[in-house]
Design a protein around this ligand. Structure first.
Ligand SMILES: Cc1cc2nc3c(=O)[nH]c(=O)nc-3n(C[C@H](O)[C@H](O)[C@H](O)COP(=O)(O)O)c2cc1C
Length: 169
């Protein structure tokens, strides 16, 4: 699957059917994350790959579907100038890699930050780095539905804000 197909196919999956994710796929997904761009190339991230069903079950307190997933990747980030942007780039790379490998995935962020102490306790993360996101990965329970996206014509300008292509020549 090329990158454009993965971008088109990626969709947030919130229901998984049983099935493990092989280690080699999880390594490929994390490898995609670590290759992301980062401000000053600081690479302020670390990744906790969770495959243990009991731990996944406890992470289900943060968002239920994590408990059903075959695996999850927690993204731990040290504060740097661009830590949030860096984490976002790594997360998107991993979502696309998971899609390319045929899995469903989800960016769980808001609930993690709201319950960061709980998530950190479950995963043994020390106080200082942020646990910014958890990405459940698994086989989608049903065919993922594409979310409605804004039309390209309404958000894409040429040369000047608000200028359409036919006005730019
Ligand atoms: C920063 C960020 C945080 C998100 N947090 C959550 C979350 O905590 N739980 C959830 O179910 N979805 C979460 N999402 C997924 C969005 O709801 C989803 O991307 C959006 O509805 C568009 O759907 P799509 O991913 O299928 O294109 C998050 C997405 C982003 C980018």
């Amino acid at each position: 699957m090329d990158v454009f197909e993965a971008i088109e196919k990626r969709a947030s999956v919130r229901a998984f059917k049983p099935g493990d994710v092989p280690d080699e796929h999880l390594i490929k997904i994390v490898d995609a994350g670590r290759r992301a761009p980062s401000g000053y190339n600081h690479q302020p991230w670390e990744f906790i790959v969770v495959t243990d069903a009991e731990i996944l079950g406890r992470l289900g307190q943060i968002q239920e579907c994590i408990a059903q997933a075959g695996a999850a990747i927690a993204v731990v980030v040290t504060e740097t100038k661009y830590w949030k942007e860096d984490a976002a780039a790594a997360i998107e790379n991993m979502l696309l890699a998971a899609t390319a490998l045929g899995y469903g995935s989800l960016w769980v962020e808001g609930y993690v930050l709201a319950q960061e102490p709980l998530a950190k306790k479950i995963l043994g993360v020390p106080e200082e780095p942020h646990l910014i996101a958890i990405i459940p990965i698994g086989l989608p329970a049903k065919k993922p539905r594409q979310a409605v996206k804004r039309q390209i014509e309404s958000i894409m300008f040429w040369n000047q804000y608000g200028q359409r292509r036919d006005q730019a020549d």
